[in-house]
Write a protein that binds this ligand. Structure first.
Ligand code: FE2
Length: 355
């Protein structure tokens, strides 16, 4: 009886597995509809909303977005610990990503596709973070008052010819901190401090406002040069506010340090959270953001430079011309952030010029 019974069981089992096949095919579809990832982001641009929406349409993966400053988000991740719902962290500079890695808030995201899409100097050596977009911190000048031939380097901004003419935002801003970190990396703390003190004395006013406000101040005749991230000029030129367009049109971009190390660049970047509940889909999201198409959207609608070398830049970015960029390791910017903050305090940057 056993000899008949067991083959029969085998046949029944086989039939059962065949009849279950359609069910297992259907299951992932159901699961896709319920899938979601949680994104902690410091990016504050409308472009991102549309990109995220398209990702959900294409993949069925819902994206829960939590927006705050990188410091606040990192603090949140720290206090949440292994219960954190965060799958991904986006910051608007490399320094904060380096800090997140050091604090053990990120994990390696291994992906051959990402390796191909992000040049080595724009990603972490252990794959804890990847650059998403590049931004150059440049000098913009009043087209009517400044001859670009008189501009050269960041170092040149301390020269007496610029006394009372430079506009720049406060030191609490990460873009300024990373720029000073790059000066420290190239010249050492002491020289960097002398530089910061020199620029400070050449300021047209006490540092205030954001990058766009500096350009508007040029338009208002308060100064002749401003230090800003390139994409803010794109935003002004494409603004619905006619005065902003006018301000953007009054200035031109100068890429500093073209005859030596190149213009200071930073990134907006992304990393997978240490305790990501949905790691696989989190990596899928990063791959999506770095795809040629999305990279071109960043360039087209937020005026940032793509990280993926295969992506084309927009006409406006092309009109600004090509430039040599400082290839200083972005990790270095993070490591020197603290020194930059201390140094800005030591020269009392936010109090403005004393003379
Ligand atoms: Fe920004």
């Amino acid at each position: 009886m056993n000899r008949l019974f067991f083959p029969l069981l085998f046949v029944l089992a086989l039939l059962a597995s065949c009849s279950e096949a359609p069910k297992t095919e259907k299951a992932p579809q159901d699961a896709v509809e319920e899938e979601e990832i949680t994104l902690y982001t410091h990016r504050h641009y409308d472009t991102d909303k549309a990109i995220i929406q398209k990702f959900t349409e294409e993949t069925g993966i819902k994206v829960n977005v939590v927006k705050a400053s990188a410091d606040a988000l990192m603090q949140k991740m720290e206090s949440e610990g292994d219960q954190s719902p965060a799958d991904l962290l986006i910051t608007v500079d490399a320094g904060r990503l380096v800090r997140a890695k050091t604090k053990g808030l990120l994990q390696a995201a291994e992906s051959e596709a990402l390796m191909k899409m992000v040049p080595e100097h724009l990603r972490d050596t252990d794959n804890h973070w990847y650059g998403l977009t590049k931004r150059a911190r440049v000098i913009v000048y009043d087209k009517e008052k400044v001859d670009p031939a008189t501009l050269s380097t960041y170092e040149n901004l301390v020269e007496p010819q610029w006394n009372g003419k430079i506009l720049i935002r406060p030191s609490s801003n990460i873009y300024n901190q990373s720029m000073l970190a790059s000066i420290i990396a190239h010249h050492g703390n002491e020289e960097a401090k002398t530089w910061a003190a020199g620029v400070l004395q050449n300021l047209a006013r006490k540092p205030k406002g954001n990058d766009r406000d500096q350009v508007k101040a040029i338009m208002a005749g308060e100064g002749e040069l401003a230090v800003i991230n390139t994409y803010y000029l794109g935003k002004l030129l494409n603004s619905k506010d006619a005065d902003e367009v006018k301000a953007g049109e009054a200035v031109a971009i100068f890429f500093p340090n073209q005859d030596d190390r190149g213009t200071h660049v930073n990134i907006s970047g992304i990393g997978v959270a240490k305790y990501a509940p949905n790691k696989e889909n989190a990596i899928r999201f990063i791959e999506y953001l770095l795809s040629k198409e999305v990279q071109e959207t960043f360039a087209q609608t937020n005026y940032e430079y793509p990280v993926n070398p295969g992506a084309n830049i927009s006409e406006l970015l092309q009109s600004w011309g090509t430039f040599k960029e400082d290839n200083l390791s972005l990790t270095k910017l993070g490591e020197l952030n603290k020194d930059a903050v201390i140094l800005f305090d030591e020269v009392a940057w936010d109090n403005g010029p004393t003379s």
